[in-house]
Ligand binder design. Structure first.
Ligand code: ADP
Ligand code: MG
Length: 700
């Protein structure tokens, strides 16, 4: 009976009918009663307070009053047509006004009756009024305790246009829930519900749609949040287990000569414990024959590159080729120079391939790649071209993975004859919770400590008009032998404008630090690739003191003698970008500085971003704030994923439930991988319902 009830077409709910059903289907994909009841409110309005009209203030936002509706007056024609009316309580009178839905309102509002009126207060010509208030007819005596907590449902413009508003949603949900046929089945196993002290599903559904108080609402919400995460994690973990069983990766059985020789003779520093730990995790994975899919997180400057290099040497020890893909030519080139230098005495072949590699060299590279002569290939998107063929690609490293589109990664993944091991590295630290959700079927390794001896970067926020002082400070640093970055915001879609603003900025700076006494490098989007390269190299070799650049230097660039990062118009940068830029300094033993130069007007989020930067250098904290400011759907790369369409859980607030759900999902799969135990029957049924969705492991 109850199953049938939940699959009943939505049109049969009292108050819906065929026409409205069509709108609900089109706008919300709500087809059945079951769909309707899993369309959860996204917030609740506390409508328990009723104000008197006299106490209303212009600064009130949403308020509720209760009183008698006066005569409706309809004025104007066409666009200007409007209804006005007054509502009167024992303390005063408030004007109400509507510009839309006039004929409907004219029919439905009943002057002379009492109404509960809810809406936003505004001021017009010195008088308060309320535009487009929500009107509830009050039967019987005037209410004193309002409507309590009122669910607010996600709606679309298409619905509002046809007058399917929140009140309508509340009404039909209520009709569906109060039916005697509403007998929902449980979807979580009994023992789990007991252990976590969750309410049963029926109570929880009633409460989430018609809460009687805050405490009960929380109980219901928590249950659904857990449930959502639980099934998501079960799905991820199942995929991961399947992959472990079914997809074989190359077996890197030995750790051989390349690795040992490099480790003992050429490694320029002692690895940090964090690096050793991660390397061990990678080695273990690659030795088993299961295909590795690992996300390596580590804050900027934490030393991910060397971990990648050592892993590539293990691949070489086992006779496999590796490639390292970076998002920009500058970064690819830098990786190439760094690795080539480190491997100088190693008799291993390292090659760079980018979009600007000449045709002749490219052809030679392609040939040597196919014959297996090249062991390590470094490059940009150029690696993805279909004629780039390996003899036996065994290991793929993707640096700064958040900058690559999903499809691009898929192409690289397909280049091996057997599926290569994949290590994706990111310095845009994804908070652990998000990593579990979005990359739930990847393994995550984290380098959580910077190499010893680094001094925390001092970050200050300075206003434009203190420029003379800023410049004086730069001068002193240069005289100490240090180097400086000055970064200007990228002007979107216009390389010409970008260059212009960069030149204007340069002119101002050059007044204080005049060339040729002070030597400049300049980097921007309009330079050719080899010009960029040579500017970068000059700075790297300390032939220049100051690098003036747009954000092309954002990721990965490594010049340890540079100690000051000046970010102009810092308010125009995103938080993770600011953090990346700051990460360009503080890479040597000297005290380093980041100077955020801001203009006059700061929006509230901009102020919060800059303040956060001055308060912490912890990339994970910064990522957390970034997430709060932007919302998860906005995170790089996650938007395309479509994996974050959570109904009720919010990864920003509900970390606790996510972690718990993960734990229970792991335990369940461990003890009963196919959900064959009687107590897991409900899980088996639920899992059979979840539609197949895009899977990240396949594409990362
Ligand atoms: P990121 O993780 O941001 O890619 P890099 O790999 O570029 O960081 O490393 C940053 C700098 O730290 C480089 O100059 C690198 O040589 C240095 N480095 C890496 N590991 C160590 C270590 N264990 N001890 C000292 N310096 C290190
Ligand atoms: Mg890096």
């Amino acid at each position: 009976m109850s199953v049938e009830y939940f699959s009943t077409p939505i049109e049969f709910v009292r108050g819906v009918g065929p026409q409205r059903a069509e709108i609900l289907q089109k706008e919300l994909s709500v087809f059945s009663i079951g769909d309707l009841l899993s369309h959860f409110p996204f917030r609740y309005e506390d409508r328990s307070e009723i104000k008197t009209i006299r106490e209303l203030k212009e600064t009130d936002v949403y308020v509720q009053v209760c009183g008698k509706l006066g005569r409706l007056e309809i004025n104007g024609t066409g666009q200007a047509r409007r209804i006005t009316a007054n509502i009167t309580d024992s303390t005063g009178r408030l004007e109400l006004i509507w510009f839309k839905g006039i004929s409907y309102l004219e029919k439905s509002l009943k002057p002379g009756n009492n109404y509960l009126v809810f809406g936003r207060i505004s001021e017009f010509k010195g008088r308060l009024n309320m535009a487009h208030p929500e009107m509830d007819l009050v039967d019987g005596p005037l209410k004193i305790n309002g409507k309590g907590l009122v669910p607010v449902y996600p709606l679309t413009d298409g619905m509002r246009k046809r007058f399917l508003d929140n009140k309508f949603m509340n009404q039909i949900v209520r009709n569906a829930i109060t039916s005697k046929d509403f007998q929902p089945k449980e979807t979580l196993p009994e023992p789990l519900i007991k252990e976590l002290k969750f309410p049963d599903r029926k109570w929880a559904l009633q409460t989430i749609h018609m809460p009687d108080n805050e405490a009960n609402l929380n109980l219901a919400e928590n249950r659904f949040k857990f449930e959502e995460f639980f099934y998501l994690q079960l799905r991820y973990l199942q995929l991961k287990n399947n992959r472990n069983k079914n997809i074989r990766g190359p077996v890197f059985e030995i750790v051989g000569d390349f690795f040992h020789r490099f480790y003992e003779k050429h490694l320029p520093f002692e690895l940090t414990d964090a690096q050793k730990k991660v390397l061990k995790e990678i080695r273990k994975d690659m030795g088993t024959g299961r295909q590795m899919n690992r996300l390596l997180q580590g804050d900027v400057g934490s030393g991910k590159t060397i971990v990648a290099l050592l892993s590539m040497l293990i691949a070489a020890d086992n006779g496999f080729q590796s490639c390292l893909m970076a998002p920009t030519e500058i970064l690819a080139a830098q990786h190439f120079y760094v690795l080539r230098e480190l491997l100088e005495h190693m008799n291993i072949s390292v090659v760079l391939l980018t979009g600007s590699t000449t045709k002749k060299i490219r052809n030679a590279i392609l040939e040597n790649l196919k014959s297996g002569e090249i062991q390590i290939l470094i490059g940009t998107h150029a690696l993805l071209e279909s004629d780039v063929e390996f003899q036996n690609l065994g290991f793929v490293v993707i640096d700064e993975q958040h900058r690559f589109g999903v499809a691009q990664r898929a192409r690289l993944w397909q280049k091996g004859q057997i599926t290569p091991h994949v290590l994706v590295m990111t310095a845009t630290p994804i908070p652990r919770t998000l990593a579990l959700t979005v990359y739930g079927d990847l393994d995550v390794s984290t380098i959580d400590k910077l190499p010893a001896g680094r001094k925390p970067i001092t970050t200050v926020l300075r206003h434009e008009n203190t420029r003379p002082l800023i410049m004086q400070f730069l001068k002193e640093e240069i005289h100490k032998g240090r180097q400086i970055y000055i970064v200007f915001p990228l002007i979107e879609d216009s390389a010409k404008l970008e260059l212009k603003s960069l030149m204007t900025g340069y002119d101002i700076i050059a007044e204080y630090l005049p060339p040729p006494q002070y030597k400049y490098s300049m980097l921007h989007g309009r330079l050719k690739s080899d010009e960029k390269d040579s500017e970068m190299q000059k700075f790297k070799n300390h032939q220049t003191d100051i690098m003036v650049a747009t954000t092309v230097i954002e990721v990965g660039v490594n010049v340890p003698n540079a100690t000051v990062m000046v970010i102009e118009n810092a308010e125009r940068f995103g938080l993770s970008q600011l953090h990346q830029l700051r990460g360009r300094v503080g890479r040597g033993g000297e005290q380093s500085y980041c100077v955020l130069v801001s203009g006059n007007k700061l929006s509230a989020p901009a102020r919060k971003r800059l303040k956060t930067m001055t308060e912490t250098t912890d990339g994970f904290k910064i990522a957390q704030v970034d997430l709060e400011l932007r919302g998860p759907g906005d995170m790089d790369g996650t938007r395309q994923s479509g994996l974050l369409d959570l109904k009720i859980a919010d990864i920003r607030r509900d970390e606790k439930w996510l972690v718990l759900a993960r734990k229970f999902a792991e335990a369940t799969l461990e003890s009963d991988p196919l959900f064959m135990k009687a107590e897991n029957e409900l899980i088996r049924m639920e899992m059979a319902k979840i539609p197949h969705r895009t899977v990240w492991s396949k594409i990362s």
